[in-house]
Design a protein around this ligand. Sequence first.
Ligand code: PGA
Length: 259
Amino acid sequence: MRVLICKDEASAIARAADHIAEHMAQRSDCVLGLATGGTMLPLYRRLIRLHADGLSFASVTTFNLDEYIGLAPDHPASYHSYMRKALFDHVDVDPSRTHLPRGDAADPVAEAADYEARIARSGGISLQLLGVGRNGHIGFNEPTSSLASPTRIKTLTESTRRANQPYFGSDETPPGYAITMGVGTILSARECLLLATGSAKANAVAAMVEGPVAAVCPASALQMHARTTVVLDRDAATEMKLTDYYHHVHPDGEATRFD
Ligand code: PGA
């Protein structure tokens, strides 16, 4: 794993956005795996600024990690809505090339299998963007998810539902189930980029980077991925043991030639 520790949140966001922009510049036909959540909002704002400066999404295909079961695309708390508001409505992406699982599919099991097949038909994800949950989830792969799992339905933990309550109205609670890319789906991406900021993520980051590879921390499966970059701010990096080493290899979070 390449562990880049940036001096603050703004530098971590800039580093992650530059990484995505460089990837897009290198591959005209790139397939981006996209994530949602609070961490990604400033990253998408930064990408929108880069778009204003000339970064084009016109030939990019996107696949989001997950969607709540039971929410139609126009539900304000759906990830379809999140992506439109946070990114898609502000850049030149072709809407027909953006993909999220349909939370309102009549047959969510079939929808999950079809989503996995659509990713494969696209040629596979070239860069998968990821956040990490406080419980170590990636996508909605909650602790004890199979590390070989495909896209499927997962039952959300109470802690995840509580963490996402602010996106819902006071009279509504987050759904109990989601369709999510599996850990195996994520590991099939040619490259992964995980962004985590803030002290609330420090324990999950330490378990992901330095803990054993274990289903109890699904993000730890990224240790088995040959091309994963983890971009952190200092607050998210406080619980790791080898922080001095990461600073030595990548001063100020610079992506140096050798890891
Ligand atoms: P957050 O979510 O960015 O809102 O903290 C991350 C996640 O749960 O994957």
